[in-house]
Ligand binder design. Structure first.
Ligand code: FES
Length: 153
């Protein structure tokens, strides 16, 4: 019995160490990938309405608020989060994992988050499905939008 408890604790500690490594990897990747996040769909140069080309966010932040266009958003591929601003001063974030078959959503255009695999679209206001085969909305991600940046809550 005690042996099992000890083994379980050892496994938990190992799992936590793995999580710590993953978190470290994610947070260190955020800075470098934020700058390259927008080429989603290769439309960075001629960014349409609602798309942005974000500059690197400060350490620990997902994005700078000033890089999230009103009525649009940015897809942060490494963080697997899409950050949007449906109305001026209102920020939301969703998982990039499409609820249809799990493809990552790739861009924000015309007030919609777009999954390219089967062309499902989701409203930036609440992540609800608007067209395509997805029947569920995108999972909302808790964020904090204090100060000049948006961070994971
Ligand atoms: S996986 Fe996104 S629409 Fe099918």
């Amino acid at each position: 019995m005690d042996r099992n408890v000890t083994r379980r604790h050892a496994l938990s500690a190992a799992a936590l160490a793995g999580v710590g490594a993953a978190v470290t990897a994610c947070s260190s990747g955020a800075e470098t990938t934020t700058a390259t996040a927008t080429p989603a769909g290769g439309e960075a140069a001629g960014a349409g309405a609602g798309e942005a080309n974000p500059a690197p966010a400060p350490a620990g932040a997902l994005a700078k608020k000033s890089d999230i266009p009103v009525g649009g958003g940015v897809v942060l591929k490494a963080e697997k989060v899409v950050v949007v601003q449906p109305e001026a001063g209102t920020f939301k974030a969703y998982s990039t994992v499409c609820p249809h078959q799990g493809c990552p959503v790739q861009r924000v255009k015309g007030g919609l988050i777009v999954c390219p695999c089967h062309n499902s679209t989701f409203a930036i206001a609440d992540g609800s499905p608007k067209s395509g085969p997805a029947k569920k909305g995108l999972a909302e991600v808790a964020i904090s939008a204090d100060g000049d940046t948006v961070t994971l809550a």
